[in-house]
Design a protein. Structure first.
Length: 385
């Protein structure tokens, strides 16, 4: 039996997915499939590294060792064919904090921030929190697959200072092709728009698709790009708050590092550092097994929903462990739809409307769990319908 088939009780572990159910849904009497972490155990190399470090009784202020940078560079080269120098890496506490920091450091009030909804909801707060003009280039759903409206993208880019790219895309699960990335990058170069690429889901990609870091396209694109990443989604260690930015432009890197320092965010998380190094140095075999499990879950969910609940159509994910469900045929308003999942199906999912108005009528389901939990979720949904 695979370690990914085990059902692990997360209750009482301060888990957002489980211990926040009452605050999120008004009840804990439901199966949670919402927040983007996994109900699956991290690799032994991480737990062993953490136990080993925890056995030393001093947990004081911590530096980022040279091994930290080498682990990141090695991972990028092996997994994504992207050769980066150690100097290109800036440690950060998390991708979302870094997004906010970059908006503050690289734009002024009322300048434009371009996003592509339906998209990860913290992207919308970048405008509200910082007094920036939020520009939206909505993705287009065609024949069950999302594409980019490049005419609209070009128009919006003319008003933008920053473009926040979600690659792979959350929640629609797209892996952007080389052609799509080149087209977006070309427009940003032409309009002098800084690309900020959230690539935290980069390692969770299903064949034949392949993640391409946008900054790896060529030197000119690298020069206008800040890439944000972390081992958090890949190895289920989001609670350890350790991430990094990569930019090969010296000027951008100095400004970013300066902003990190001004907000006193340059002190590392002791256990996060240990976990990142252990994951990137010894976690590849585990990741390969994880991808097989997630793909099996994804295929099961899509086929089962198609057979058992044809009024709900799943958008086939090319990446991430998040399944985007088109529930518009149910004819429900968004609140009614959310209530249906909570009160009738006893399932806790993310409402699509939280990802922008383009998500109206959709729900996002996290399939990173045991097959048994996923089967129960499909069963509950079928019975509720």
């Amino acid at each position: 039996m695979s370690i990914f088939d085990e059902s692990i009780d997360r209750g009482g572990t301060y888990s957002v997915q489980y211990d926040e159910r009452v605050n999120k849904f008004g009840t804990d009497d439901l199966l949670p499939l919402w927040v983007a972490d996994m109900d699956l155990p991290s690799p032994k190399c991480i737990t062993e590294a953490l136990v080993r470090r925890a056995s030393h009784p001093l947990y004081g202020y911590t530096i980022y060792p040279e091994r930290f940078y080498k682990a990141i560079a090695g991972w990028m080269k092996r997994r994504h064919g992207w050769k980066i120098e150690r100097e290109a890496i800036v440690p950060i506490p998390g991708v979302v904090p870094a997004l906010n920091l970059i908006v503050e450091a690289f734009s002024e009030p009322e300048e434009g921030v371009l996003i592509q909804p339906p998209v990860y909801h913290p992207f919308f707060r970048l405008g509200r929190h910082h007094g920036r003009k939020l520009l939206q280039n909505p993705l287009v759903l065609e024949n069950g697959r999302y594409t980019i409206d490049f005419d609209d993208f070009r128009k919006k880019a003319k008003e933008a200072k920053l473009f926040v790219l979600c690659s792979p895309h959350n929640p629609v699960g797209r892996v952007w092709s080389e052609e799509e990335l080149k087209e977006m990058a070309s427009i940003c170069l032409e309009e002098e728009v800084l690309i900020v690429s959230d690539e935290v889901h980069a390692d969770i990609v299903y064949p034949p698709h392949r993640h391409i870091p946008v900054a790896s396209l060529d030197e000119s694109v690298a020069n206008i790009t800040i890439t944000l990443n972390a081992p958090s989604k890949t190895f289920n260690i989001a609670g350890l708050n350790t991430a990094y930015a990569i930019t090969e432009n010296d000027s951008l890197r100095r400004r970013l590092a300066g902003a990190v320092g001004r907000y006193e965010l340059n002190m590392g998380n002791l256990f996060g550092i240990e976990a990142l190094m252990a994951a990137y140095e010894g976690g590849e075999e585990w990741l390969n097994e994880l991808l097989l499990h997630l793909k099996g879950n994804m295929d099961y969910a899509i086929k089962s929903l198609q057979k058992e609940t044809p009024s709900i159509r799943a958008v086939e994910a090319e990446a991430t462990y998040l399944l985007w469900l088109d529930c518009r045929d149910l004819g429900m308003e968004d609140k009614e739809l959310a209530d249906f999942f909570v009160k009738k199906a006893k399932l806790g999912l993310n409402s699509g409307i939280s990802f922008g108005k383009e998500g109206s009528g959709f729900m996002r389901m996290n399939i990173a769990c045991s097959k048994k939990k996923l089967q129960e979720a499909v069963k509950r949904l079928k019975e509720a319908l």
